[in-house]
Design a protein around this ligand. Structure first.
Ligand code: ADP
Length: 345
């Protein structure tokens, strides 16, 4: 049921008082003693005006007091709310309070949704982390137990098992290093060391860094550019990490005798960098989650490659902190292309 506005209620009350005083004056005039004709009208009108003013004042005080208590508990208005109401009518006060409460509620709803999302993220992250660490830790445990139970004396396995345990240790170390890097990126997101540098030189250095891995898989690495001396304004160390991660992925998920190309070109004030390969490719259904921590397209395949599942998460973090975007184009079985841009220096 919709109630009329408070000012209208007071008005109806005053009208009722007017009617009642008029009937009472008439009754007095007819049955008790004669009343002067001017008083006949003045008494009811004065009564109604008195009721109107008094009720308006009292109701305003009451509403003001109650609202200030309410506002104080939801903390959306100044503590001394009487100041805030000075220019407001009684109806306005109530309408504004309704609106403020609705705003407050939708803000609370948003806050709750955000907290729930963070909680889910935290739970999923811890689950993933435990899962990632479990495999190498269990295998180290297995090798150590076998060695302790007599394997240490067995020349055919002792060295082999120690080597395998060492590979698993390396895997744990690389997961921890990547995690450490992500955490640092989150903490120092604002502390970017922006400097102008030669993008082509950096790309060549990164190619050199992964050359050995590429050779093992007979993957050729190329750098394409239309102009020389392409300078960007960015954090050199972090961009080196981005390129290395993308190059490493193109090798891990590339086919033997394949090809990876870094293309650098300038579009207006931006330098666009593309890392493309003709590897196994990614189905586009994976695109929305590809840059999430620990997300893998195909669980067993990638673990086999020894990736931490954090490479693209780091890449995205770095590009985001440069206020730039990274995008992916890929077709399953054909190849992938990762593209990002940086400010031209
Ligand atoms: P990982 O350590 O598993 O490589 P990333 O975050 O670097 O983790 O990559 C996430 C997933 O995206 C990989 O597991 C892989 O399935 C897919 N991926 C990344 N780059 C490529 C690529 N160039 N070609 C095909 N798949 C890729």
């Amino acid at each position: 049921m919709k109630y009329p506005k408070p000012s209208l209620l007071i008005f109806y009350g005053s009208l009722a008082t007017l009617g009642f005083s008029f009937t009472f004056t008439l009754f007095f005039h007819l049955f008790i003693s004669k009343v002067d004709s001017t008083l006949f009208f003045i008494i009811p009108i004065l009564g109604a005006v008195f009721v109107y003013i008094t009720f308006r004042l009292l109701l305003r005080k009451f509403v003001e007091h109650r609202l200030s208590l309410l506002y104080r508990s939801i903390q959306t208005k100044a503590e001394d709310s009487s100041v805030a109401y000075e220019d407001e009518s009684l109806d306005g006060m109530i309408e504004n309070a309704e609106k403020d409460v609705q705003d407050w509620q939708s803000k609370q709803d948003q806050e709750i949704a955000k907290l729930k999302e963070q909680e889910n993220f935290r739970r999923e992250f811890l689950g993933n982390l435990a899962h990632e660490l479990k495999t190498p830790v269990f295998s180290i445990q297995g090798y150590i137990l076998t060695l302790l139970e007599g394997g240490l004396e067995d020349e055919t396995i002792n060295k082999k098992f120690l080597e395998r345990a060492s590979v698993s240790t390396d895997r744990i170390v690389s997961i921890l290093e990547d995690l450490d890097q992500i955490t640092k990126l989150e903490i120092d997101a604002l502390e970017m060391n922006l400097e102008p540098f030669d993008m082509l030189k950096l790309a060549s250095e990164c190619i050199e860094g992964v050359e050995l891995r590429a050779k093992e898989k007979k993957i050729s690495l190329d750098l394409k550019h239309v102009t020389d001396d392409i300078f960007v304004n960015a954090d050199r160390k972090r961009i080196a990490q981005v390129l290395t991660n993308l190059l490493n992925n193109s090798i891990s998920y590339g086919n033997e005798d394949g090809n990876t190309t870094i293309s650098v070109f300038v579009v207006d004030d931006l330098v666009t960098i593309e890392v493309s390969d003709n590897g196994i490719g990614i189905d586009n259904s994976h695109f929305p989650r590809l840059f999430e921590r620990f997300y893998r397209v195909e669980k067993s395949r990638n673990r086999h490659e020894g990736g931490t599942g954090l490479g693209l998460a780091i890449v995205k973090h770095v590009i985001d902190s440069h206020q730039q975007k990274i995008s992916v184009k890929s077709s399953f079985g054909i190849g992938s292309q990762f593209t990002f841009s940086l400010d031209k220096a």
